[in-house]
Write a protein that binds this ligand. Structure first.
Ligand SMILES: [Zn+2]
Length: 451
């Protein structure tokens, strides 16, 4: 029996690694060699906040495998102050991908196939507010603009790569105790130092992290009984004083409870160990079992804990799937039998990391159309439940989604996706583009207001 379980554990981690490798983008030529995407195995981040001199630093220790020889790629929006690779000092230039879709960092050192360790130091400068004898800091993300995942704050890899991440955090010179809201397991080590560990299926779009002096937030904690028998711990919190547009914590608790049961009824047990909700009154962004949200976006964001952070996109061209599905729910799961127009939601340039805006509108109509197509087989919802069970926490390409749908219904949907999502441009009914997307592009100034 023991061996059987050991076998199971080994095979899930092997599967995760295999999934990373099969979704790794193609290498490309840079001056002096070949830039290769790698597989992060473990990333430990030491994060130090120096309250007195108002500065913060990150030292990332990253163990990774190179499945092909070449210059390793990672990303960090901030310029690293130092990098050592297998003990040797190196540097990493910011390089544009071949069609100029995005930028990444390429280390100036050719590596053979194998295991390596990089230690990367970067200043943490984004979304910090030094006040009340402590600091407010968050690693909020967005998929609507370039390089707005974890790489905006810490050295990280692209969305395809799942990696075991750990934070070691120290706050130095505080006058108050810091509070941390996050979707990992927090260990308070005393003296304003904390260790946080995150599940090994997380990627650069998974972590919700928000810290502030403990006097500056209000919260309610409760648990929700899942259909699988678990009591899922929930925290809903709000900044003090409450920002414009926020509902009371009681209102949010009631609404959260109702949506939780609706989603479990449709798609099965809540896929995450806990739930964290930041009642920000604005915006809306999803994380694994967590969200920063307004009251009106709450249903959309919690849905994303199933589709986006349950069934996970592996790149920009698969990012529209979960937005289209979430918007389909927002609009009351409508059914269509015809649709005119086309889009390039699945057909952006190869290295694109962002989600096409058409997902919310034309993408929603396309899902309504697919629901109509399979009405006799129960519509789209049975497939959604099926793919969650089959592909939970295994980032996928749109091509794999198409394949899964075709084999689930026993007929090919390739032609439908090709016609409506693999176009060369977005060309559909104009009125659709006036609809308001749930996720707003938030400027850094707007994000600061919510710290
Ligand atoms: Zn969304």
């Amino acid at each position: 029996m023991k061996f059987f379980f050991l076998g199971l554990i080994i095979s899930t981690s092997v599967l995760a690694e295999k999934n990373d490798l099969t979704h790794r983008p193609r290498s490309f030529l840079v001056s002096g060699g070949k830039a290769v995407f790698v597989d992060f195995i473990e990333a430990s981040y030491k994060i130090s906040y120096h309250v007195r001199n108002r500065s913060a630093q990150v030292i990332a220790t990253i163990k990774f495998n190179t499945p092909e020889a070449g210059r390793p790629i990672f990303d960090s929006v901030e310029d690293p102050s130092s990098i050592t690779l297998n003990g040797e000092a190196v540097y990493a230039n910011e390089i544009k991908t071949p069609s100029r879709e995005t930028k990444v960092r390429v280390i100036n050192k050719e590596l053979p196939i194998g295991s390596h360790t990089a230690i990367i130091s970067v200043p943490l400068k984004t979304l910090l507010d030094w006040r009340d004898g402590g600091v407010k800091s968050a690693f909020w993300i967005s998929d609507l603009s370039e390089r707005r995942f974890l790489e905006r704050y810490l050295p990280a890899n692209l969305e395809y790569d799942q990696v075991k991440m750990k934070f070691e955090i120290e706050f130095l010179g505080n006058k108050t105790k810091q509070k941390i809201y996050t979707n990992g397991v927090v260990e308070d080590k005393g003296n304003n130092t904390f260790a946080i560990s995150y599940p090994d299926y997380y990627n650069a779009a998974s972590i919700f992290f928000h810290t502030m002096p403990e006097t500056t937030s209000d919260e309610v904690r409760f648990s929700l009984k899942s259909v699988d028998g678990r009591e899922v711990p929930v925290v809903i919190y709000v900044a003090k004083p409450a920002l414009k547009g926020t509902s009371s914590l009681e209102t949010l608790q009631a609404l959260t409870t109702q949506i939780f049961h609706e989603l479990e009824g449709d798609y099965g047990a809540w896929p995450h160990p806990s739930m964290v909700i930041y009642n920000a009154g604005q915006g809306g962004m999803e994380y694994h079992g967590a969200t920063m949200t307004s009251t009106s976006a709450l249903g959309h964001e919690l849905f994303h804990s199933y589709f986006a952070r349950g069934m996970m996109p592996a790149n920009g061209n698969s990012g529209w799937l979960d937005e289209a599905l979430a918007s389909w729910r927002d609009k009351g799961y409508q059914t269509l039998y015809e649709l005119s127009g086309t889009s390039r939601m699945s057909n952006q340039a190869y290295y694109t990391r962002t989600t096409d805006y058409s997902a919310y509108t034309f993408g929603e109509r396309f899902m309504s159309l697919m629901d109509g197509r399979f009405k006799a087989k129960g519509g789209l919802k049975p497939f959604m439940r099926h793919i969650l069970e089959k592909r939970l926490f295994a980032p996928l390409f749109v091509e794999e989604f198409i394949q899964e749908m075709s084999s689930f219904y026993g007929e090919s949907v390739e032609e439908d996706f090709r016609k409506y999502t693999f176009g060369t441009k977005n060309s559909f009914q104009k009125s659709l583009s006036h609809e308001h997307p749930v996720h707003q592009k938030m400027s850094i100034e707007e994000l600061h207001k919510h710290l």
